[in-house]
Ligand binder design. Structure first.
Ligand code: G1P
Length: 295
């Protein structure tokens, strides 16, 4: 195994308006909507931490400051809980090492590629991860951990650029970035091409980019000159496509489940699936679901 620069930083684009969840997201960032009792952003940050990543860079926008509050010390809450002898461990996942939560602003919503580029000064000259919190990735029991952990493992073997992929029904490809797949080796597939939101009949495969990336810092330079693409937005996929051939590019097929929490249906599915698996409530939720279905 070659020694590579470790992946220490992760970028979370969280500036989106969350219009699909209105009116819930009028005053609350969609990333703070809870799946059972943890906000969406918490699952993504936990996944990054599990992969050994230390610095979390949030690309935020107006009205999104509550995301940062979530990872701060809540002095009044904590001292009141302590006085009342409450279990404080529920707050453990929200604790961050001072300096490890960093925010930058994306002032104008120009697209995912632009959001990532906004973090260039903090990413600096090292490889970094990107996690889209809308995509909730849950590692299979017995698998090698969460999605980012599986990717970091693959990265230590092959280096270069990595994206996570999964297969969707062919008629759904137009909502995603799609890869042109090359040779396969275990859970790795060579990426020969990438296209953002292609028409169904022009899609090179049904393997879609599922919201997890490990990229070399050169992508920031590529984004610098990236014109508008699908939907009139500056697309990360287009910048990555331009790096193919210059640097190794591979896809990791994630061993686990993915919930599309950017859609209401996916959000409800994730809530039910996770609630059913919880030791403290799974049995009751199952009984409740059966009762409701019998009506
Ligand atoms: C973004 C990416 C796309 C990716 C998708 C995963 O699209 O541009 O390549 O497949 O996330 O959710 P968006 O959902 O922001 O339109």
């Amino acid at each position: 195994m070659t020694t590579r620069k470790p992946i220490r930083k992760a970028v979370f684009p969280v500036a989106g308006l969350g219009t699909r969840f209105l009116p819930a997201t009028k005053a609350i960032p969609k990333e703070l909507l809870p799946i059972v009792d943890r906000p969406l952003i918490q699952y993504a940050v936990d996944e990054a931490r599990e992969a050994g990543i230390e610095q979390m860079i949030f690309v935020t926008g107006r009205g999104k400051t509550a995301i940062v509050e979530h990872f701060d010390v809540a002095y009044e809450l904590e001292s009141t809980m302590e006085e009342r002898g409450k279990d404080m461990s529920v707050l453990d996942p929200t604790r961050a090492t001072p300096g490890d939560i960093i925010t930058v602003r994306q002032q104008v919503p120009l697209g995912l590629g632009h959001a990532i580029w906004c973090a260039r000064a903090i990413v600096g000259d090292e490889p970094f991860a990107i996690l889209l919190p809308d995509e909730m990735m849950v590692g299979d029991a017995g698998a090698r951990g969460g999605c980012m952990k599986q990717m970091v493992e693959a990265y230590s073997e092959v280096g270069g650029n990595l994206i996570s992929v999964l297969e969707v029904p062919h008629d759904e490809v137009s909502s995603y970035g799609v890869i042109d797949p090359g040779e396969e080796r275990g859970n790795l597939t060579e990426v020969k091409g990438l296209v953002e939101k292609p028409p169904v009949d022009e899609a090179p495969s049904n393997k879609i980019v599922s919201g997890r990336y490990i990229l070399q810092p050169e992508v920031m330079r590529t984004l610098e000159t990236q014109g508008k693409g699908a939907g009139g937005e500056i697309q990360l996929t287009d910048a990555m496509a331009r790096m193919i051939g210059k640097q190794p590019f591979n896809a990791v097929t994630f061993e686990g489940r993915r919930f599309d929490c950017g859609s209401k249906l996916g959000f409800v599915e994730a809530t039910l699936a996770l609630a059913l698996e919880r030791e403290d409530m799974g049995d009751q939720v199952r009984a409740m679901a059966q009762r409701l279905l019998a009506q």
